[in-house]
Design a protein around this ligand. Structure first.
Ligand SMILES: Cc1cc2nc3c(=O)[nH]c(=O)nc-3n(C[C@H](O)[C@H](O)[C@H](O)COP(=O)(O)OP(=O)(O)OC[C@H]3O[C@@H](n4cnc5c(N)ncnc54)[C@H](O)[C@@H]3O)c2cc1C
Length: 615
């Protein structure tokens, strides 16, 4: 049985047949790993996720967290998951060995974590944050800070948070009001209030290290004046053990739509003027430090969303095979047929399949770019992958989470009325899914990052990098015997994206407000083209594999159909072809129209008077 979380065959296809990540072992950095090790990790992740994490997903959703006497109590069952997670050393899987991790490629870490997030995202939130925290301290802390914090966080003895958001500083991080005042002993007194802090308090770890942004008294306004502090829940004794409580109060825990077993806390620092923190890096470097983590943390947010979508899709598929309603079009029968036979359900399932597989490829490819940065042996090579990652990060975060939401929503639709009830897990999936377009920088902010920052700064790298690769791909396969019509649609879409890019760059200089209005459409167009490319690239591979299974270099469709009936591998590859064709025909084919919308640059959304929205 394939399992209800992740399409493992597709996962392996992207990792080993498309990206060929086993070749990363040719580089010194990853030379101690090989395909067998990667497969073993994925298999263990699957086992743990299915056997332990998945059964507790609805339990956590029902129990939620308890906020009592100023403390957060996690669902009792999560203590076991926390212990298993720590025993398995999963937090350090893709953290460099020099920092105490296992040093595996980022792309492998993404794939392994997909199982856990598909199984139980609320729990996973409690371990994803500390992983990022440990890495940040390892990369930017002093030797003393590394020794004091990293190992304890990596082993799960302690936890950590990312404490950026404030009531007046959400998307506008530069508006942060939390203040830090230098003390004579080199520490800082912290005073301020943070909101929406994931695991701002919880009882799974013995201490919590808040990575909090604050402004040192007298520092410049805006993001330039922000510094980053390590603010422990319990002050740390000279022997490294947790000591007296720091002056941090949990004011409240949000009552949320989803992720009910993940505490989202409002925290108050220094109400008694006794909250102490340590500076990490230098003063006013807070945002620069966070930016070094930004690519990875945004890809992880996309992965969270994709994990849920993956499981939602598989659940909907299973349901559609079992649920009997109506009769199949064109079949004379009094018997009800499984709903998978109905064209509209087939449409939704194929949409879900192509989006899920497209987003998986997008996330893995972007993570693979991180690994290529790590192994680059020249400045030019490093820059090439960094620039590519720069474009792909906001697209993966925003486009990926949008598509994942649509998959999860369609999965509920497949269940009909039952999907809307608590009898099935889909309604929880949909509630848990929504947040991904909001946190880690809203999707609107990602669009501004792509169009306003990346495109305006690095357009040349886009034309000579990603777009050039797509052009070369289209040129190489333009006469492909089975896919040429689809290659041609992708080629047109890529031209439309290039033209829209040139147009927006000009518009940005003339009318920034109008330009900002179309940033979102631009990101969508960008995502369509990149995912279209990744899926067609997969289709080319699938075609070759299918042909070789068929023992014929150019099999016709009828021959292929026969193979699919009794050959699992042939069925997989034919599914890959179907998903790519569907995505190109139904999504990428709209690219020219989307680009035209951008070029028309209609101003109505800006011109409509505010009091005219509802009179
Ligand atoms: C479950 C959950 C967990 C979270 N965990 C954490 C955490 O661990 N740590 C942490 O620091 N934060 C966390 N957050 C906070 C999250 O990062 C913020 O909610 C998010 O950054 C948006 O800020 P906001 O809610 O204030 O929305 P706002 O910034 O008020 O945005 C409202 C809307 O306006 C749009 N908007 C705002 N400014 C602009 C602009 N300049 N241009 C265009 N559109 C704009 C946004 O896109 C959005 O659609 C969490 C949030 C949630 C819901």
């Amino acid at each position: 049985m394939a399992g209800m979380l992740v399409d493992e065959r597709d996962q392996k296809f992207v990792l080993f047949e498309q990206l060929e990540i086993d070749k990363l072992s040719d580089y010194e950095l990853y030379s101690e790993f090989d395909k067998d090790v990667y497969l073993m990790v994925l298999s263990e992740a699957k086992k743990l996720a299915e056997n332990e994490f998945m059964p507790l997903n609805s339990v956590g959703d029902t129990e939620g967290v308890v906020f009592k006497d100023g403390k957060v109590i996690m669902p009792e069952s999560f203590h076991r998951l926390w212990a298993l997670w720590n025993e398995g050393e999963w937090r350090g899987l893709d953290i460099p060995a020099e920092y105490g991790g296992q040093g595996m490629p980022t792309v492998l870490g993404m794939a392994a974590n997909e199982f856990f997030e598909a199984a139980n995202l609320a729990f996973q939130m409690s371990v994803a944050m500390p992983r990022g925290g440990a890495l940040l301290i390892a990369q930017h802390g002093s030797d003393e800070q590394r020794a004091k914090y990293v190992d304890k966080i990596l082993t799960g003895e302690w936890s950590s948070t990312m404490a950026l958001t404030e009531a007046e500083a959400g998307s506008d991080v530069g508006a942060t009001r939390t203040i830090a005042e230098r003390n004579e002993d080199g520490t800082y007194s912290i005073k301020g209030a943070k909101v929406f802090i994931t695991c701002g308090d919880m009882d799974l770890a013995k201490n919590i290290i808040h990575l909090a942004l604050a402004r040192v008294k007298g520092a410049p306004a805006g993001t330039k004046g922000l510094s980053l502090f390590l603010v422990p829940k319990y002050k740390i004794n000279s022997d490294g053990s947790p000591g007296e409580p720091n002056d941090i109060k949990v004011v409240s825990v949000e009552k949320k739509l989803g992720l009910k077993a993940s505490p989202t806390c409002q925290l108050s620092f220094g109400e008694e003027n006794n909250c102490t923190g340590e500076l990490i890096g230098r003063e006013n470097q807070g945002m620069t430090i966070f930016f070094t983590m930004m690519n990875e943390s945004r890809l992880i947010a996309a992965r969270h969303g994709a994990g849920i979508a993956s499981s939602a899709y598989i659940h909907a598929l299973e349901y559609s095979r079992e649920r009997l309603q109506g009769s199949q079009i064109g079949k004379e029968s009094n018997r009800q047929s499984p709903i998978i036979k109905h064209p509209d359900i087939r449409r939704m399932l194929t949409m879900m399949k192509s989006y899920t597989e497209g987003v998986r490829a997008l996330i893995y490819y972007s993570s693979y770019c991180i690994d290529r940065v790590h192994v680059a042996d020249s400045k030019e090579e490093k820059q090439k992958w960094e620039k590519r990652l720069g474009f792909l990060t906001p697209v993966t975060k925003a486009y990926g989470t949008e598509l994942s939401f649509r998959v999860t929503e369609a999965a509920l639709q497949v269940y009909g009325g039952y999907g809307y009830t608590k009898d099935y897990p889909i309604e929880q999936f949909l509630r848990d899914e929504k947040v991904h377009s909001i946190f880690e920088g809203t999707n609107g902010i990602q669009a501004l990052d792509l169009a306003g920052r990346k495109l305006s700064r690095d357009s040349n790298d886009l034309y000579t990098g990603l777009l050039k690769d797509i052009t070369e791909f289209c040129t190489e396969y333009k006469e492909h015997s089975g896919l040429k019509a689809y290659i041609s649609i992708l080629d047109e879409a890529k031209k439309a994206l290039a033209e829209a890019s040139v147009f927006l760059l000009e518009l940005q200089k003339k009318d920034f407000e109008l330009f900002a209005l179309y940033a979102n459409q631009y990101l969508e167009l960008f995502g369509d083209v990149i995912v279209g490319w990744l899926l067609l690239w997969q289709a080319v591979i699938a075609w070759e594999k299918l042909s070789s299974i068929a023992g014929d270099s150019n099999p016709d469709n009828a021959q292929l159909e026969n193979f699919v009936t009794d050959n699992v591998e042939a069925a997989f590859y034919s599914g890959k072809l179907g998903a790519a064709k569907f995505f190109i025909s139904n999504v990428v084919s709209l690219a020219s129209a989307k680009a035209a919308i951008i070029r028309i640059a209609d101003r109505s959304a800006l011109q409509i008077a505010e009091n005219a929205f509802v009179v």
